[in-house]
Design a protein around this ligand. Structure first.
Ligand code: ATP
Length: 237
C-alpha cells in the first residue's frame, strides 16, 4: 500500500526546471533511497516534498494532498526534513534546537517525553543538552538534526545526504540509528545519499534520479544488481 505518492512532479527555481515529472511511491514504514549523480535534482525533490520549493503535480501522504502547501503546513502533516548541511542553529543549545523541532506541538508532558526518547536514540546529545550546537562534532550535529526532526513525531523523515563530511564509522552508526527509528517508530524514511552502498544496505526500495527523472526503480537488491548502477554508483564492474 503506497503511503507517499508522487506523480508527475515538476519543480525548479524561477525559470529553471529541475524535476521533469517525477513518479514514485513509498510504502508506509519503509526506507526508500534516492540515488543519482550530482545535480540530478535529489535535493530539489526533497525540497518539493517538504514544500520548500514550489512544485506542480501530485504529492499525497496517506491520501492527503501536500502539493502547494507551505513548509509549516507540510510539517504539521508529519513530514520532517533534515536538509543537506543539517540546518541546526549553531548559537542555540542542543536542547533549544531539539525543542524547536516540536514547534508544531503544544508544550507539555509529550514534548518532555520526546526529548528523553531522542536522547535515548542519541546518547551523546543527552550529555550535551546545555552546550551550543556550534561546539558539536559533525556527527553530533547530524544526530542533533535528526533528533530535532524526530521531535516533530514525523510520519515521514526526509534525509538529505546524512553521511556528508562524516567519517565512515560515524556514518554507519547514524544509519544504524535511522534503521532503529524506522523499526521502532514505524517512521517512513526517504533518504538521498551519495554513498549508495550504505543507502542500499538499509533501504527496501530505491530509485535512481537522473536529470530530473526517475530512470530506475526497484528493490534495493534489484538496484544493486543493475549493471549501470554498479558502474556509476557502487564503483565496481
Ligand atoms: P547534489 O548531489 O550535487 O546536491 P542534487 O541531485 O541534490 O545534487 P539539486 O541540488 O537538486 O541536485 O540541484 C539540481 C539543479 O538545481 C542543479 O542544476 C542546481 O544547480 C540547481 N539548483 C539547486 N538549488 C538551486 C537554487 N536554490 N537556485 C537555483 N538553482 C538551484
Amino acid at each position: 500500500m503506497s503511503f507517499l505518492v508522487v506523480e508527475g512532479l515538476v519543480a525548479g527555481y524561477g525559470e529553471a526546471r529541475v524535476l521533469h515529472g517525477v513518479d514514485l511511491s513509498v510504502a508506509e514504514g519503509e526506507i526508500c533511497a534516492i540515488l543519482g549523480p550530482n545535480g540530478a535534482g535529489k535535493t530539489t525533490l526533497l525540497r518539493a516534498l517538504s514544500g520548500m520549493v514550489r512544485a506542480r503535480g501530485v504529492i499525497r501522504l496517506g491520501g492527503t494532498a501536500l502539493t502547494g502547501r507551505p513548509p509549516d503546513a507540510v510539517a504539521r502533516l508529519g513530514v520532517a526534513h533534515v536538509p543537506e548541511g543539517r540546518g541546526t542553529f549553531m548559537p542555540l543549545t542542543v536542547e533549544e534546537n531539539l525543542r524547536l523541532g516540536a514547534f508544531v506541538r503544544r508544550r507539555g508532558r509529550e514534548v518532555e517525553d520526546d526529548l528523553d526518547r531522542v536522547c535515548t536514540y542519541f546518547p551523546p546529545l543527552r550529555d550535551r543538552l546545555g552546550q551550543v550546537a556550534g561546539s558539536l562534532s559533525g556527527g553530533e550535529q547530524q544526530m542533533l538534526a535528526l533528533g530535532r526532526a524526530l521531535m516533530l513525531r514525523p510520519r515521514v523523515l526526509l534525509l538529505d545526504e546524512p553521511s556528508l563530511g562524516l567519517a565512515p564509522l560515524v556514518t554507519r552508526e547514524l544509519f544504524r540509528i535511522v534503521q532503529a527509528i524506522n523499526q521502532e517508530e514505524r517512521t517512513t524514511v526517504v533518504v538521498v545519499e551519495q554513498n549508495a552502498h550504505l543507502a542500499l544496505g538499509v533501504a527496501r526500495q530505491a530509485h535512481v534520479l537522473e536529470t530530473g527523472r526517475i530512470v530506475l526503480s526497484g528493490t534495493a537488491e534489484r538496484i544493486r544488481a543493475d549493471e549501470q548502477v554498479a558502474q556509476s554508483y557502487l564503483g565496481y564492474r
